[in-house]
Design a protein around this ligand. Structure first.
Ligand code: ATP
Ligand code: MG
Length: 567
């Protein structure tokens, strides 16, 4: 198996931080922040940003703040705040006592705004939203000055104070920066700093009835906290001159440096919060933690480990080029991690009954099974063997094709950790013709680990003993979208139409070995020969439910190997 080397793609932001430390910029400090808006759950894209921000702080003995960018009262809530904190912790990062909220700065931001007005750098515009839009100009045409641009400082201050006091209706006035309506950068054409929004905020209640925009609140929050490197995604590159303008004009003290990187996109899935919300609200998935979603809650329920996600983020690196990463690469890291630590067990997903005619009825042998061949310190367990076992339906063919070496009439296979059996008869449903049961014999001289176990057969299959096996439901997952990348490339396309109707398959008649009886929710196993599985919270009702985390087949490693060997 090919194991990718660390940070293949490089991390140019790390290089910037190293250079800044050497030159003494920012006084040799590294202060980063992860600034989620609490309007949804975190997804794997956020994980990239979390690993980057917290990772840099950790590496360079700096600090990373967790800051809720909560300036939009209508979409934010405490539920999201709490879930985001749990997700960041689960990923393995800690903000210690550096938990902040943009809403804590509302008073300060207001004072800075009055300062801008006093300096003649901001004005209250009473144009309608449509009028403001019409005057903004286009990429090729300059904008037009608002008729309110020349309002006196005194009038601006009075209006702005009345806006704060709640004296106006939504949309009747805004506060705008006075920069340059002819700037080639549209972001600098007198951007809006405050909007009236008569809505209660989950933290500040109705204290505020106007709210700062992202472009105004974000740079100032960074400056107030003494952030050195304000890391954001590429779409904010054109906002950087405005970011710098706000920090400079407000004289907010420290001078954070905005650095932009390419966001993470994954094939076969949706990543935008709006689309995730739509899937949840339209009940296309069972909730934010549906194991098919790329939310951290979903991935956790699916069985992904924080270690695997961190290794993946490290591997893909940090670049300026937008790209879509194969989901198979993320799966590769999950498999790689679970291979090292997931105990092996036997489970049969689509059971076929096998009766071993010459095995004594009522006899139970306890056979030793290795818990993890990758980690012998994990020891062994015993699995019961009896006259009636279940094997996987797929492991038997009545008419075996050429390359099929498993069980078939007259053929032998080894039952893992047990004996070699031979199929002597096939019992079928007289009506449907479906195979109902196999009659076999076993060779008592071939017990695994025994003195004469050396006799070889072409294949070894897994099984469970019928009497002791536990019932289980197993949920198999396939990609959420049928067509890769569609949602990223054609953003406004109806992605619901592109959902994979077979993304979830429930197998409700599975049988698993009895050692799993008390398997705790969230614990992960390798079902031998099948894949990695994780105990779902739905197991709480008594019956075991497993999610398939990943199959054993590693499409990504295979493709890499083919590349290397030129095939
Ligand atoms: P969306 O566009 O899906 O609504 P967002 O970027 O608005 O997401 P925020 O809560 O503002 O969501 O994101 C918090 C941080 O995570 C931001 O700094 C943002 O740049 C970063 N981030 C969000 N999505 C990604 C992604 N796909 N890849 C890397 N970083 C991301
Ligand atoms: Mg955002």
């Amino acid at each position: 198996m090919t194991t990718p080397s660390s940070s293949q793609a490089g991390n140019f932001i790390r290089d910037i931080v190293v250079a800044d430390l050497e030159s003494g910029r920012h006084g040799g400090r590294v202060v980063t922040r992860f600034p989620p808006e609490p309007n949804g759950y975190l997804h794997i894209g956020h994980a990239k940003s979390i690993c980057l921000n917290f990772g840099l702080a950790r590496e360079f003995r700096g600090v990373c703040h967790l800051r809720f960018d909560d300036t939009n009262p209508t979409t934010e809530s405490l539920e999201y705040v709490e879930a985001i904190q749990a997700d960041v912790r689960w990923l393995g990062f800690d903000w210690a006592d550096r938990l902040f909220y943009a809403s804590d700065y509302f008073e300060q931001l207001y004072d800075y705004a009055e300062r801008l007005i006093t300096k003649g750098k901001a004005y209250v515009d009473s144009s309608s939203a449509d009028e403001i839009r019409e005057c903004r100009g286009t990429l090729t045409e300059p904008g037009k000055n608002s008729p309110f641009r020349t309002r006196s400082t005194q009038e601006n201050l009075e209006m702005f104070r009345r806006m704060r006091a709640g004296g106006f209706e939504d949309g009747s006035h805004v506060l705008r920066a006075k920069i340059d309506m002819a700037s080639p950068n549209i972001n600098l054409r007198d951007p809006i700093l405050y909007r009236i929004r008569r809505a209660a905020h989950y933290r500040t209640g109705t204290t505020w009835l106007m709210y700062p925009t992202y472009d105004y609140a974000h740079p100032l929050s960074d400056a107030i906290e003494g952030i050195t490197h304000s890391i954001c995604t590429l779409e904010f590159e054109d906002h950087r001159p405005l970011y710098d303008w706000v920090v400079e004009q407000c004289g907010a003290g420290s001078r954070p440096q905005q650095v932009e990187f390419a966001r993470l996109n994954l094939t076969d899935t949706v990543m935008s919060k709006r689309k995730l919300l739509e899937l949840v609200e339209r009940k296309q998935v069972s909730g934010w933690d549906d194991p098919r979603l790329p939310t951290l809650k979903g991935l956790r329920r699916r069985g992904y480990t924080p270690e695997a996600i961190r290794a993946f983020c490290d591997h893909i690196g940090v670049t300026k080029r937008d790209a879509v990463v194969e989901s198979a690469l993320l799966e590769h890291f999950v498999r790689d991690d679970l291979n090292k630590r997931a105990p092996r067990v036997m489970a049969v997903l689509r059971p076929l009954k096998v009766v071993i005619d010459n095995y004594p009825a009522g006899q139970v042998e306890q056979l030793d099974a290795v818990n993890n061949p990758e980690d012998l310190s994990a020891g062994t367990r015993s699995v019961p063997f009896t006259r009636v076992v279940y094997i996987e339906r797929d492991d038997f063919r009545e008419v075996p094709p050429k390359e099929f070496f498993r069980l078939a009439p007259g053929r032998e296979v080894r039952l893992r950790y047990a004996y070699i059996i031979k199929c002597v008869d096939v019992v079928k449903d007289p009506q449907s013709g479906e195979v109902q049961e196999l009659r076999c014999t076993y060779d008592p001289e071939t017990r695994s680990g025994g003195a004469q176990a050396a006799r070889k057969v072409k294949s070894t299959i897994h099984w469970v003993s019928a009497a002791q096996a536990l019932d289980a439901e197993v949920r198999l997952y396939e990609p959420l979208l049928v067509e890769s990348e569609a949602s990223h490339v054609q953003d406004e396309q109806d992605f619901i139409a592109n959902l994979n109707p077979h993304s979830l398959e429930r197998l409700s008649a599975c049988r698993v070995e009895p050692s799993l009886e008390k398997a705790p929710v969230g614990s992960r196993y390798q079902f031998e020969r099948i894949g990695y599985f994780c105990v779902d919270p739905d197991s709480a009702s008594g019956r075991l439910v497993f999610n398939r985390t990943v199959s054993l087949r590693d499409a990504w490693a295979k493709a890499e190997k083919a590349k290397q060997t030129g095939r």
